[in-house]
Ligand binder design. Structure first.
Ligand SMILES: Nc1ccn([C@@H]2O[C@H](COP(=O)(O)OP(=O)(O)OP(=O)(O)O)[C@@H](O)[C@H]2O)c(=O)n1
Ligand SMILES: C[C@](O)(CO)[C@H](O)COP(=O)(O)O
Length: 229
């Protein structure tokens, strides 16, 4: 059984507001993308990595591929995140249904071995696994006018992260069924839940430091946490 990782860097980073995609931003001398790939490549349980890039990130992705022996392919991503996963899956050489696929956001450069280990371990019992953290604020559901409709019990919700881990056959089945649909799922566990009836999808402990760089303040936090590592 081989463990493959897809690193998704096909987005534009609109919410960050920079002129280049956020995966190219500098984080203590290396790009955000390069941190994410380096951390996954250093995990002994991960055999090979496919980079899914935005056209503007292709040069950096190819540079990383030369430096990191585990990177076996670089492909251009799609319009949506799900399209990018689908294109990445198609580029994995020799992917067997009982192989494992980890799907990771390049925008999460502080992924740790502990998180990867937790995901891989839980995959012995589940079809798909995602790291997740607790919600500490009170949650409410609102209408379009911002009027609160009801409270949401925060004990029953989590904020999910990546890498998300899958049996390859399950992820392939889910994305084949989802292809062409109007919905734009924001993560791959959601695609499995929606399209693989009966699939067992579970959470394992994530880490607050495994943040997704979405807005400029996130980069400042990542810099601080990286310096503390
Ligand atoms: N078509 C897309 C959209 C997103 N992603 C990747 O999915 C991850 C999570 O997406 P997000 O943080 O939303 O990144 P962007 O789409 O780049 O940001 P924004 O939504 O602010 O435009 C990122 O690593 C991003 O590069 C991707 O590979 N292909
Ligand atoms: C996959 C993800 O990082 C899990 O939290 C998140 O859903 C990505 O969402 P985005 O809207 O693409 O930022």
């Amino acid at each position: 059984m081989t463990v493959h990782a897809l690193v998704l860097a096909g987005g534009t980073g609109t919410r960050f507001g920079a002129t280049t995609p956020k995966q190219l931003l500098d984080l203590e001398g290396s790009t955000v993308l390069s941190h994410a790939v380096r951390r996954l490549a250093a995990h002994p349980g991960i055999d090979c990595i496919v980079l899914v890039t935005h056209a503007e990130s292709a040069r950096e992705a190819h540079r990383i591929a030369v430096a990191e022996a585990k990177v076996v392919a670089v492909v251009e991503g799609g319009r949506t995140r799900a399209d990018s996963t689908r294109l990445g899956l198609a580029a994995v050489p020799g992917l067997a249904d009982d192989d494992v696929v980890l799907v990771h956001d390049a925008a999460r450069p502080l992924v740790t071995d502990t998180i990867v280990d937790a995901c891989l371990h839980a995959l012995d019992e589940h079809d798909a696994v995602t790291p997740a953290v607790d919600v500490v604020d009170t949650l409410v559901e609102v209408d379009d006018a911002g009027v609160i409709l009801r409270g949401v019990d925060r004990r029953s919700v989590r904020r999910v992260q990546t890498p998300q881990a899958f049996r390859a056959g399950v992820l392939r089945q889910a994305h084949a069924a989802a292809a062409g649909e109007d919905a734009e799922p924001t993560d791959d566990c959601g695609v499995v839940l929606a399209h693989v009836p009966g699939a067992s999808v579970a959470v394992v402990p994530g880490d607050e430091r495994n943040l997704k760089i979405t807005r400029p303040a996130d980069l400042d936090l990542a810099r601080r946490w990286l310096a503390e590592d």
